[in-house]
Design a protein around this ligand. Structure first.
Ligand code: C2E
Ligand code: MG
Ligand code: MG
Ligand code: MG
Length: 293
């Protein structure tokens, strides 16, 4: 009897697993088709200059308007794309689409045209064609290389060190920026920061969320800002959700900020409209003072 019972459970388990595999296969097929037919969308989240409150640029964030599952966020399909290799055409499509869009953003009087941040999966960095791809996209879109920053996570620095270093140097020589994204959540060390030609540090939003938690949280975020200053890097605080967090990262000396408090990611048309506006995105409070709780 016991045996029959456990076999029954195994069959239920098999059926669930079977469904999950089919589900993934279906999603993979649909994602492949979506990439091929241009059915994905790129949204653009504003990044603000903490000195002036003016728009500094946008980060390109991919979205998948799925016919039955709704608007899917990258977390719902990037892991699948990474496992199946679809991430290569996906990232290529996002870079190309975003660069052509960014080329339409104007330079307002007395200012440089908005910058563009594009995320790249670590694996992309190790593809031999990456530099040619970036060069090609800059050429066809007309986007000035200085306006583009590629966002990489710390794990990119761990593998295939020499090739990565070569690729990064070539991209920097082109004029393209390189940001270390989600900084603080990976395994990079201080020596990596010195060795690799990084231009921007984007502190992970989990650290920003910890700013509300008191002294330790503030000390860590301050340390990232000081690290950026010491190494001559642009420091970016992401995941700013409240006016308090905004005032704090400003007081701690961050260069740029991004988050729902400033704006959520916008559709291309709304981002383009924002790029035409001359006024500050955030009205600045009087001189900042460092808050230590
Ligand atoms: P990320 O590069 O760190 O992007 C920031 C994420 O935080 C975005 O989520 C953004 O919508 C979200 N966010 C922005 N402000 C706030 C805030 O104030 N509070 C909170 N809680 N969240 C905020 P999203 O768009 O879901 O993207 C998630 C991740 O997916 C990105 O993290 C990036 O690593 C990856 N990703 C997005 N687009 C692409 C792409 O085209 N290619 C690759 N390889 N990865 C991408
Ligand atoms: Mg990013
Ligand atoms: Mg990030
Ligand atoms: Mg992130």
């Amino acid at each position: 009897h016991a045996k029959a019972h456990s076999r029954g459970r195994a069959q239920v388990f098999d059926a669930a697993m079977h469904r999950e595999v089919l589900d993934r296969l279906e999603l993979e097929t649909e994602l492949r088709a979506a990439i091929g037919s241009g059915a994905l969308e790129v949204h653009y989240q504003p990044v603000v200059d903490l000195d002036s409150g003016h728009l500094r640029g946008f980060e390109a964030l991919v979205r998948w308007p799925h016919p039955t599952r709704g608007l899917l966020s990258p977390e719902a399909f990037i892991p699948l794309a990474e496992d199946t290799g679809l991430i290569v055409p996906l990232d290529r499509w996002t870079l190309r689409t975003a660069a052509h869009e960014a080329a339409t953003w104007p330079a307002l009087p007395g200012r440089t045209a908005p910058a563009l941040g594009v995320n790249l999966t670590a694996a992309q960095m190790h593809l031999p064609g990456l530099v040619a791809e970036v060069r090609g996209v800059l050429g066809s879109s007309g986007l000035a290389p200085e306006r583009l920053t590629l966002e990489l996570t710390e794990n990119v620095l761990m593998n295939d060190r020499n090739t990565t270093l070569d690729t990064m140097r070539t991209l920097r020589e082109l004029g393209v920026g390189l940001a270390l994204d989600d900084f603080g959540t990976g395994y990079s060390s201080l020596s990596y920061l010195r060795q690799f030609p990084i231009s921007d540090l984007k502190v992970d939003r989990s650290f920003i969320a910890d700013l509300d938690g008191g002294h330790t949280g503030t000390a860590l975020v301050r340390a990232v800002s000081e690290l950026g200053q010491a190494l001559g890097l642009t420091s970016v605080a992401e995941g700013i959700e409240t006016p308090e967090q905004f005032a704090q990262v400003r007081a701690l000396g961050f260069t740029l900020a991004q988050g729902f408090y400033i704006s959520p990611p916008l559709e291309a048309a709304a981002a383009r409209a924002l790029a035409q506006q001359a006024g500050p995105l955030v009205v600045m409070e009087p001189p900042p003072t460092v808050e230590t709780k």
